[in-house]
Design a protein around this ligand. Structure first.
Ligand SMILES: *Cc1c(COP(=O)(O)O)cnc(C)c1O
Ligand code: SF4
Length: 357
């Protein structure tokens, strides 16, 4: 896709306001039966903004599957509602403190698009989330961060923190920057992928004042790497913000090595370093997206050594019940004795004389 044949976009607030949220609108556009979709959106909200909608080429394609409700969401009998035990690890509202030195702050209730596979789909876009995001309601979380010097790294997520109005985001970052032991602030945002128009020059200039600030974004398919997304990432990277990416392995969207390789290489070209490739979480309503772990390991085998180390994310599983992220790495070691026996990335057996300790 070249920059020249892309439409001129409205300002991001107006794009967001023009999102498809009612199944009837979607049904009209694509000639579908709205009834089964209505049952799904009654439980899990739909929001497809005009930009992300424009990436759909045909029903059932990898963009469609991420955005359009599917009746299978209602038939999930495998996945629990709080798969990561976030509620148990939440000492105060809106904060998850699972790892000693870093914490997750849930500071936004909406997203630019409601991903059908979302880990927090029981909450995002619903009343349960929206109420926890006003400045006042974040005070207990901010107080917890202030009195917990072991935390050096705060990850702001939600929902999507880049959907906060500039003023509110700046307020939050200012408050966090006043806490001396918070060395690193990270934003987790899908906005560069799902609503890149949100990344205005003004936003990038404002974010620049809060370094060291990192942004982890979330692209799942090479077709999301548009000129608009590239421009959003360019503005952020030019503001000195290191950009990382997490991808979720999704059945029917990106579950093959060629797609993942193309995505990872494409991310590097727009100055985004692949960080995590996630095995699907056990989140209620998303079972139809989950892939076998062996398939993810096979994909990693086709990346490691075959493409740049920079383009190789860590494949990880967020363990059920809040046990944390566990790296899943293909096994190259065959035996570990005074000779280490292993295979290289091409499957060729090798040995390494292993010294005594
Ligand atoms: C993922 C996550 C983090 C950050 O983990 P990193 O591996 O450092 O990126 C922190 N807190 C929670 C609850 C998380 O799920
Ligand atoms: S942007 Fe992130 S939090 Fe929001 S719906 Fe998508 S996966 Fe969930």
């Amino acid at each position: 896709m070249s920059a020249t044949n892309r439409p001129k976009w409205l300002p991001w607030q107006r794009l967001l306001a023009a999102s498809l949220t009612r199944p009837a609108e979607l049904a009209d556009r694509f000639g579908l039966d709205p009834a089964p979709l209505a049952a799904v959106t009654a439980r899990y909200p739909m929001r497809i903004n005009p930009y992300y909608l424009s990436l759909i080429e045909q029903p059932g394609d990898p963009i469609w599957r991420q955005a359009v409700p599917d009746p299978r969401e209602m038939n999930d009998t495998v996945c629990p509602t709080d798969p990561l035990g976030e509620e148990e690890h939440s000492p105060v509202p809106s904060l998850v403190h699972k790892y000693r030195d870093r914490a997750l702050l849930l500071a936004a209730g909406q997203c630019a698009m409601y991903c059908r596979f979302c880990t927090r789909k029981r909450k995002v876009g619903t009343i349960g989330m929206a109420t926890a995001t006003t400045s006042e309601q974040l005070e207990p979380a901010l107080a917890y961060l202030e009195r917990t010097p072991a935390i050096h790294d705060v990850l702001i997520s939600g929902g999507d923190p880049l959907l906060l109005p500039d003023r509110q985001l700046i307020w939050l970052l200012t408050r966090l920057r006043r806490i001396p032991h918070l060395e690193i602030i990270r934003l987790g945002s899908r906005v560069p992928c799902t609503l890149p128009q949100r990344v205005t020059h003004k936003l990038a200039a404002a974010l620049k004042k809060f370094h060291p600030l990192y942004i982890n974004t979330h692209f799942n398919h090479p077709r999301e790497l548009t000129p608009e997304a590239a421009e959003a990432c360019r503005r952020l990277a030019d503001a000195g913000i290191p950009l990382g990416n997490q991808t979720v392995l999704l059945k029917g969207v990106n579950d093959d090595a060629a797609t993942i390789r193309q995505l990872m290489r494409g991310l590097l070209k727009i100055r985004v370093k692949p960080y995590y490739l996630f095995q699907g979480d056990l989140s209620r309503g998303t079972d139809h997206f989950r892939t076998p772990v062996a398939q993810g390991l096979a994909i990693m085998r086709e990346l490691i050594g075959h493409t740049s180390g920079l383009a190789t994310p860590t494949f990880a599983l967020d363990a059920p019940e809040g046990r944390g992220k566990i790296p899943l790495t293909p096994d190259y070691v065959q035996s570990l004795g005074d000779k280490l026996a292993f295979v290289n990335y091409q499957g060729i057996p090798c040995q390494y004389p292993n010294p005594d300790g």
